[in-house]
Each structure stands twice: as structure tokens, then as C-alpha cells.
Write a protein that binds this ligand. Structure first.
Ligand code: FAD
Length: 531
């Protein structure tokens, strides 16, 4: 039985090939006693700055495991590994009539998981394949020419394609390893399997997405790009098909709907068809940018080792007085702020990094929670109208050409400010950000930033710039589903992922897609068994 050894320390300049030797020295073993030694976890410990170190866990196999465990089994850093049995997937009979709308992480992992059961489906994506989409997005960032169907939110790979590709989630689920391993087979860096905070980077992620597409095509899936699900056909309370681009009909009895949080027209269509929806809370704010060097110094201490990766941070503040919270979100070390609009006349910020995270600035969204009490009316779609209001104000403040409003951090805090340094393209225009954010959000944001300075000395600096507005943090609507993963009002409709309101982030959206696929396969299996 293999076992884990925890708390092995590497300094920044030491590499992982030394770990087997560390295990040997610690337990008095010879090199030939160790059959294998595999790194399974690596995290940074920056508590004693600037002496930052890596803490590693390895999985070992020895020639005499029983003898080793008899001697060291009570060591708190040693733990036998009970290997979980690999998941098994009953092969189901081919089933026509499964359609998946959306090729973000939720839709793609629904498809990959269905394939485990021997099933195939038709994938319908409103945007373009990732290669063409990348060109469309570049054109928008260069010139402000927005394609509402091919942008940072819409297109193959989904919303996270132009991102840092962080693969962290607070959800604990055995399928996390399944997802990471699948991503590695499609070209993701192998270290995502052991890093405590894995990330792929937008450059590698685009290649992974293209790899998944090819695999699905080879497995017999049909993929239709530039195809927007514009209506749902219903017969006797059950999904009967989907209308594409307002004219083509595609029959189906099971419709997995994974449209992401920005498919506002899709939410409206569901509301018109009487699908039960709920307004849900999300968060809004602005992107902050600091020189990465400054964040490194704050997090690692002066004189930190140059081999350390660009530093990250995660900050939170509970504003009891106003009943809100401010927190950092989607932090991108060594990245850029991106224009994430998907609708004409609205400015939306977000962030992305390449795999190497080697841009000069760190960015992060600083956001404050908002909810139905902030919205203009009690309708399920009121959160969308709320987002649109602030996106349009930001558009107008930026000059009406997709430049974004921006402000030096000190000026935002009412102090004498410095200049603007924003990586956002197509550009920024100096603006009082309080005019493009709700008053309650601005107040909590300011209080939060003062609190963050207490956690990270130097966070408040004339070198920091805020660019807004950040509104697409999570879905403003939930497409309510039951325990069977189907809409509570429409049989055969399987809402999935972030747009359905059941996930937030790449990993949790992929996990949700897997859950939906497993539920669908289980229902099908019962049905086929009954035939
Ligand atoms: P999406 O990824 O949004 O995919 C939905 C897909 O459905 C889209 O491709 C869309 O074009 C398509 N679609 C929508 N409506 C229709 C329709 N009617 N017909 C056909 N197709 C339709 N998360 C992280 O965990 N880590 C990060 O580093 C990270 N960075 C991000 C950076 C940016 C710039 C953005 C925008 C998001 C980032 N996120 C990140 C969030 C993450 O991308 C989302 O949580 C995740 O992509 C949600 O997955 P999903 O499959 O549910 O939806």
C-alpha cells in the first residue's frame, strides 16, 4: 500500500527531484528501498518572510512497505493511502436526442462524461471556434469593434478561455482529480495535478479547448458553432427540441443548458417559456492593478528569492455597518485587465494571465455583494437590468467607445492621487468611479480597501489604478432545478454550470457538468433497463 509523506520542505531554488532524497534521509532509507516517489501537493509557506519555502507532500512506494509502516506508521506526517477504486461507467445503448447548449467548462465536461457511458450528443455553441474567437477578441481589444456573438463571454471554451485559468474551487469532490487528469491529457501543464493553487493560463487553455473539440469529434459528437439556441420547443410539458438562430429546429428530448452567466437573451427566453427562475445575489466593483513587484515584496518580504512565482493574494472585509462584504476576486498575478463586454453599449472588466504570469502588473477584482434588495423590482431578471445599468454608465463615462472609466486608487479614496496605469484595452478614461458604481458599493469598497491595507502594508499606493466596472462575477439568475437535475417546471431541461446558478468558476462549472451527465445517464440507464 503506498503512503503519503507530508511536510517536506524545499527552498525556492531547490527542485522536486530532491524529494526522494529528503524522504530517504528523514527515515534512514537507502535509494534502492524507494520504488517511486511522486509529488502530490506543493504549496507556498510565506509566514516567515523573506524566508519563503515550499511545503510538499509525496506519495511513496517502497520495497518493504509493511516494515516501513510498522516503524513509522504513527508519525503524524506519514499516512497510508487507500486508493479509491476508479469510477466505473456502465455502457448504455446509444440514445439519440441529447443536445448540449454551450461549450464552456460545464457543457464540455457534460459531453466528456457522457462519452464515458458510450453516449454522444450534439453540442450547440453560439460563438466561434477558439481560433476564430481569439481573433475576434483581439480585434475588439484593439479597435473597440465588438462582436456580440464572439467575445470574452461567448465562444468555444466559454467565459474562462481569456482568463488566468485558475483551477481552484472550494468544492470538495472526487471528480476534481478526474477533471485535472483529463485537462492534462488535452495539454494542460502536468503540475496542475499537485499544485495547491493550480492554473493553466489563457495561452495553454486555448490549446486544451481545441484538443477537447477534436476528441469529441473523433468520439462521434456533432458540434455546431455560430448556433444560438433561440427557443425551446415543448410538447406536453416536456422538451421536444431547440430552435437555432430563430429558424432551424433540432429535435431532442434531453436538453442540457449550460449557457454561462452572460446569456441574457437565453434567460429572457426561459422566462417567456415559463421556466421557473429566481433572482440571485452576485457582486460588483472594479479591477485593481498594482505592479507585480510590489505585490511580491508585500507577500514575500524584501529581498525575496527571484525563483518564487509571482505572488497572489486573497482579501475579504465584512462591513457590518452597511451589511455588505468587500473581497478580492479572480486575482491574476502577472496578468492584464481585459474588456469582457458581450453587449453593445456596456463596459465590463475582467482579468487574465498567460501560463508564465509574466506581465508587469497584478490585477484582481475588488467587489461588493449585491442582491435582490438592491434591484429595481422583484422579477427574476431584475439582476440583469441592474448589471446593465452600471455597465452602460461605465460605457458612457469611458467615452462611448469601449474605453473604461479608471481612477487612481488614492483619488478613489479621496486623497491626492497619482496617474493612471491600466493594461485595459482599448484604453481608459479618468473618471470618478463613484459615479459608475452604486453608492453602497462604493462605501463598502472604500472601507474594505482601508482594511486590506492593514492586511497587506503597501496595498494603498499611488501606483495602483482601479478600472471598472466588474459586473459579471456570477450569474444574476438561477434556473431552478430539482434533485433529478431537471428544471422544476420543464421535464427534459437540464440547467448546468454557472449560468444555471449552480457553479462559479471553471472547476465548479466542470463539476456541475459532470453531475448533470451522471444524473442524465442514470435516468437513461433505468429507462433502458425497463425496456
Ligand atoms: P461559460 O463558460 O460561460 O460557457 C457558456 C457557453 O455557452 C459560452 O461559450 C456561450 O457562448 C454559450 N452560450 C450562451 N448562450 C447560448 C445560446 N443561447 N446558444 C448557444 N450557446 C450559448 N473562473 C475560474 O475558475 N478561474 C479563472 O481564472 C477565471 N477567470 C475568468 C476570467 C474571465 C475573463 C472570465 C470572463 C471568467 C473567468 N472565470 C474564471 C469564470 C469562469 O470562466 C466561469 O465560471 C466558467 O467559464 C463558467 O462555465 P460555464 O460552462 O457554466 O459557462
Amino acid at each position: 500500500m503506498p503512503f503519503l509523506v507530508r511536510n517536506l520542505i524545499l527552498s525556492p531554488e531547490e527542485d522536486e527531484s530532491l524529494l526522494s532524497g529528503l524522504v530517504q534521509r528523514r527515515f534512514g532509507l537507502r535509494a534502492q528501498d524507494v520504488v517511486s516517489c511522486r509529488l502530490v501537493r506543493k504549496s507556498i509557506d510565506a509566514r516567515r518572510k523573506p524566508r519563503v519555502k515550499f511545503i510538499c507532500t509525496v506519495e511513496c512506494r517502497l520495497t518493504d512497505e509493511a516494515g516501513f509502516l510498522a516503524r513509522f506508521g504513527t508519525d503524524p506526517d506519514v499516512q497510508p493511502v487507500v486508493e479509491p477504486s476508479p469510477p466505473t461507467f456502465p455502457t448504455l445503448r446509444p440514445e439519440p436526442g441529447i443536445v448540449i447548449v454551450g461549450m464552456g467548462p460545464a457543457g464540455l465536461f457534460t459531453a466528456l462524461r457522457l462519452a464515458e457511458y458510450g453516449l454522444v450528443a450534439t453540442l450547440v455553441e453560439r460563438g466561434q471556434p477558439v481560433e476564430r474567437r481569439t481573433r475576434d477578441v483581439e480585434l475588439f481589444w484593439r479597435s473597440g469593434a465588438l462582436d456580440p456573438e464572439s467575445n470574452v463571454q461567448f465562444g468555444e471554451g466559454g467565459a474562462g478561455t481569456f482568463s488566468d485559468g485558475k483551477l481552484t474551487t472550494r468544492v470538495n469532490d472526487r471528480n476534481i482529480t478526474y477533471i485535472l487528469e483529463r485537462l492534462v491529457t488535452f495539454g494542460a501543464p502536468v503540475e496542475i495535478l499537485y499544485q495547491a493553487k493550480p492554473h493553466i493560463g489563457t495561452d495553454r487553455l486555448r490549446r486544451v479547448v481545441a484538443g477537447i473539440r477534436q476528441w469529441l469529434l473523433d468520439a462521434g459528437f456533432e458540434i455546431r458553432f455560430a448556433c444560438r439556441a433561440s427557443d425551446i420547443l415543448v410538447r406536453e410539458g416536456q422538451v421536444a427540441g431547440v430552435v437555432l438562430n430563430d429558424h432551424d429546429e433540432l429535435s431532442c428530448s434531453r436538453l442540457v443548458l449550460a449557457p454561462g452567466h452572460s446569456a441574457r437573451d437565453t434567460y429572457r427566453l426561459l422566462a417567456e417559456r415559463g421556466v421557473f427562475l429566481e433572482a440571485k445575489p452576485f457582486a460588483i466593483g472594479a479591477r485593481i492593478e498594482h505592479p507585480q513587484e510590489l505585490i511580491n515584496r508585500i507577500q514575500y518580504g524584501k529581498g525575496f528569492h527571484p525563483a518564487l512565482p509571482p505572488a497572489e493574494y486573497a482579501l475579504a472585509y465584512n462591513d457590518r455597518q452597511r451589511g455588505r462584504s468587500a473581497y478580492s476576486f479572480c486575482m491574476c498575478p502577472g496578468g492584464v485587465v481585459v474588456a469582457g463586454s458581450s453587449e453593445q453599449g456596456g463596459v465590463v472588466t475582467n482579468g487574465m494571465s498567460a501560463y508564465r504570469r509574466d506581465a508587469t502588473h497584478a490585477n484582481s477584482a475588488l467587489v461588493v455583494n449585491v442582491g435582490p434588495a438592491d434591484f429595481a423590482d422583484p422579477s427574476p431578471l431584475a439582476g440583469i437590468a441592474f448589471q446593465q445599468l452600471w455597465e452602460r454608465r461605465a460605457f458612457a463615462a469611458g467615452g462611448g467607445d469601449y474605453r473604461a472609466p479608471a481612477q487612481n486608487l488614492l483619488a478613489f479614496l479621496g486623497q491626492r492621487g497619482g496617474g493612471l496605469t491600466s493594461s485595459y484595452r482599448p484604453g481608459v478614461r479618468e473618471t470618478d468611479l463613484a459615479t459608475v458604481l452604486p453608492a453602497g458599493v462604493t462605501e463598502t469598497l472604500r472601507a474594505g480597501i482601508h482594511h486590506f491595507e492593514g492586511k497587506m502594508r503597501g496595498f494603498i499606493t499611488a501606483e495602483a489604478t482601479l478600472t471598472g466596472v466588474e459586473t459579471r462575477t456570477s450569474a444574476p439568475v438561477r434556473i431552478v432545478r430539482g434533485d433529478d437535475f431537471q428544471s422544476v417546471t420543464l421535464r427534459g431541461l437540464y440547467p448546468a454550470g454557472e449560468g444555471a446558478g449552480y457553479a462559479g468558476g471553471i472547476m465548479s462549472a466542470a463539476l456541475d457538468g459532470i453531475r448533470v451527465a451522471d444524473a442524465l445517464a442514470q435516468q437513461l440507464s433505468k429507462q433502458q433497463g425497463a425496456c
